[in-house]
Ligand binder design. Structure first.
Ligand SMILES: C[S@@+](CC[C@H](N)C(=O)[O-])C[C@H]1O[C@@H](n2cnc3c(N)ncnc32)[C@H](O)[C@@H]1O
Length: 233
């Protein structure tokens, strides 16, 4: 289904993203930490129910490390070397022994084997990547059957004043490494077309419910996707 958006957003390419987050890295925790805190925490809380081995895609500076504790095995990847350098500084404090490794890696090409993780979490990342469907394919590949992909993001308002403001803002946002024009339907379409994943929940979290928390489950062999409510009765 078309959403009026480029499937492959040329102005959010790898170079733009790396330049943007090289600028963000020194100030990210102070500026973005509080703004994203509730969304980030909601995602980590949901992930902890799924299993112990968790991959954070677009882990950034590792602000979420404190949300996990003993018994978990946290892996993190990020495209930005300066953001990962900050995450490594956090690990070096010794306060987060549950964080096993962080690596510079592109979410479009994860180097982990199939089924390695119980859960992949991506907080405020999916709307930024050049090819979101490719990233979701990769996330699905590295989780076990029954595992989950958990995303949190602001998703595009499709109607009303918020939609008009977002349309205006989106014209200026890409140079800052932001893409506000991203609808939930695009995520739903990915799951419907993937054949091995389903959306299990969308809830609204954070200040005034501005962020969407979206959970996908990876289907196992022989699992059927849960029928839509209208068809189930
Ligand atoms: C808004 S920050 C979110 C960081 C962290 N998840 C948090 O909630 O604080 C987005 C992060 O996604 C990373 N990112 C963007 N494109 C990426 C890609 N293709 N692969 C891996 N990381 C990417 C950026 O470098 C940045 O660190």
């Amino acid at each position: 289904m078309a959403h009026g958006l480029d499937r492959e957003s040329k102005d959010l390419d790898r170079d733009t993203m790396e330049r943007a987050y090289a600028r963000w890295a020194p100030i990210y925790d102070a500026v973005c930490g509080p703004v994203f805190e509730k969304g980030r925490r909601a995602a980590t809380a949901a992930a902890k129910y799924v299993g112990k081995r968790i991959l954070e895609v677009g882990v950034g500076t590792g602000l979420s490390f404190q949300d996990y504790g003993p018994g978990y095995e946290i892996y993190g990847i990020d495209l930005s070397e300066p953001m990962i350098a900050k995450a490594r500084e956090r690990m070096a404090t010794g306060a987060f022994p549950h964080v096993k490794e962080v690596s510079v890696m592109d979410a479009h090409d994860l180097t982990y084997p199939d089924g390695m993780f119980d859960c992949v979490v991506a907080q405020f990342v999916i709307t930024l990547v050049e090819r979101p469907e490719r990233v979701l394919d990769e996330c699905a590949r590295v989780i076990r059957p029954g595992g989950e992909i958990i995303l949190v993001n602001h998703l595009y308002s499709e109607r009303g004043v918020a939609a008009a403001i977002e349309r205006w803002f989106s014209k200026h946002a890409h140079t800052f490494g932001l893409r506000p024009e991203f609808p939930f339907q695009r995520l739903k379409d990915w799951a419907d077309n993937h054949g091995g994943a389903e959306v299990v929940d969308r809830s609204f979290v954070g200040p005034l419910g501005v962020y969407s928390l979206v959970r996908f489950r990876k289907l196992g062999a022989g699992d059927a996707a849960t029928p839509p409510l209208a068809a189930a009765g």
